[in-house]
Ligand binder design. Structure first.
Ligand SMILES: Cc1ncc(COP(=O)(O)O)c(C=O)c1O
Length: 431
């Protein structure tokens, strides 16, 4: 049998649907974040192209923080590169124990449990919690991330999907279920593609009214929102009313790993019963030490959070002036809408080749067909000069590819923006 034809048929199909993924080869530059070097083609000796990365999920640049790197280096030198086995076999490293204590404190919960990624934490926690509840009904937001969907599937419990962020629909489903039936509501605080935010308080109020448990994914919010960076629930004053909070160490905290924070009973049950926790090698101590250093720093990084939001607002404002269509939201995600897979890829390619700007195209199935986009995520390190370069590059790309400009945006607005930016630079360099 020609086994390989099955595999090439699968990838040919993706190509035919224009959603075959091509990854850029990039070396991030820790000293010059958000800059990177890109290798072009196959030639290892060819000169690498300097690029600016405009789509990092390392939202605060913590992956390059000298204290985070030092913590990782020191732990690797002392404990070695790997974890040595599963936690069952090799025990808990002290760095992991300290990290879990720090995360429990961050979310003001009695306990926390760390996994090898955010994806695994959702799979393990949702499936275990739901499967331990008798005849559990899962109510899941329609826009939930793949890892949550996989967790729901793996629980083998009945699920019902409520319309995205639709509290009235959620209440209809809660009211229709058998009274007293164990119920788990799973949702995200900040949806990473549109950048919209859940009505957490209203969902929690419904959960309390109908006696349901709440499971909140704060992956794109931890580090960034709330007085100590615990997420949107902390910012909105409802964190204590959420039963299980899930987060990642790979985005706002800039390292790797995922976690849940909850009651001691829930955390102990996941630790004891989840195969995706039990039967896999633990996070290496060096990674745990880096994450620990990062979480501690980020708790006190109110100024970085403010600077992050400031740069995001500047980007949104500058793009609006330049007529580049941005999906409106109140978060740090800047979705630049294109609405066509091929054009989205062409725009991304042109930005990279011509302007040294790396923004990966977002196509189906990550987003619905017809809503393809460039997802821009400014950090505090994307300064005003980089923003001006981005705006010029996007505008050139939009004109070259004849993409839709927002009605009412005038070329003169762009000229005004660039002139005022140039004036500010002159003043800054003169003082
Ligand atoms: C909402 C959400 N949850 C979980 C994850 C998985 O997190 P990680 O990248 O740490 O595996 C992602 C990844 O982007 C995500 O968007």
């Amino acid at each position: 049998m020609d086994y390989s034809s099955f595999f090439t048929r699968a990838t040919d199909q993706l190509r035919a649907e224009r959603r075959y993924r091509v990854f850029a080869e990039l070396e991030r530059d820790a000293e010059r974040f958000p800059r990177a070097l890109r290798r072009r083609g196959e030639d290892a000796n060819a000169e690498k192209q300097p690029v600016v990365v405009w789509c990092p999920n390392d939202y605060l640049g913590m992956g390059r923080h000298p204290e985070v790197i030092a913590a990782m280096q020191e732990a690797a030198a002392r404990y070695g590169a790997g974890a040595g086995g599963t936690r069952n076999i090799s025990g808990n490293s002290s760095a992991l124990v300290a990290l879990e204590g720090e995360l429990a404190d961050l979310h003001a919960k009695p306990a926390a449990l760390v996994f090898t990624s955010g994806w695994i934490s959702n799979l393990a926690a949702i499936s275990t919690i739901a499967s331990l509840l008798p005849d559990c009904l899962i109510l899941s937001d329609a826009s939930n991330h793949n890892s949550m969907i996989e967790g729901v599937k793996r629980s083998h419990c009945e699920k019902q999907i409520f319309r995205h962020n639709d509290v009235a629909h959620l209440e209809t489903l809660l009211r229709a279920r058998r009274p007293g039936r164990p119920t788990l509501i799973v949702f995200e605080s900040l949806y990473s593609m549109d950048g919209d935010i859940a009505p957490i308080e209203a969902i929690v109020a419904l959960a309390e009214k109908y006696g349901a448990l709440t499971y909140l994914d704060e992956v794109h919010a931890v580090g960034l929102y709330g007085p100590r960076g615990a997420g949107v629930a902390e910012r909105d004053g409802v964190m204590a009313r959420i039963d299980i909070i899930e987060g990642t160490l790979a985005k706002g905290f800039g390292t790797l790993g995922g976690y849940v924070a909850a009651s001691a009973a829930i955390v102990d049950a996941i630790r004891s019963c989840a195969p995706a926790f039990i039967f896999t090698t633990a996070l290496p101590p060096a990674v745990a030490a880096a994450a620990l250093a990062s979480v501690r720093l980020v708790k006190g990084a109110g100024a970085a959070r403010a600077s992050h939001q400031r740069q995001v607002t500047k980007v949104k404002h500058a793009l609006a002036q330049a007529g580049i269509p941005v999906l409106a939201n109140v978060s740090h995600i800047v979705p630049v809408m294109i609405g066509d897979a091929e054009l989205c890829k062409a725009a991304s390619d042109r930005l990279l080749e011509r302007h040294g700007i790396y923004i990966q195209p977002i196509n189906y199935p990550t987003v619905a067909r017809g809503t393809e986009r460039l997802r821009i995520t400014p950090t505090p390190f994307h300064d005003d000069d980089l923003i001006a370069e981005l705006v010029i590059a996007l505008r050139e790309t939009w004109e070259a590819l004849d993409l839709h400009l927002t009605p009412g945006a005038l070329a003169s607005d762009l000229a005004t923006y660039l002139a005022s930016h140039a004036a500010k630079r002159r003043v800054a360099s003169a003082t």
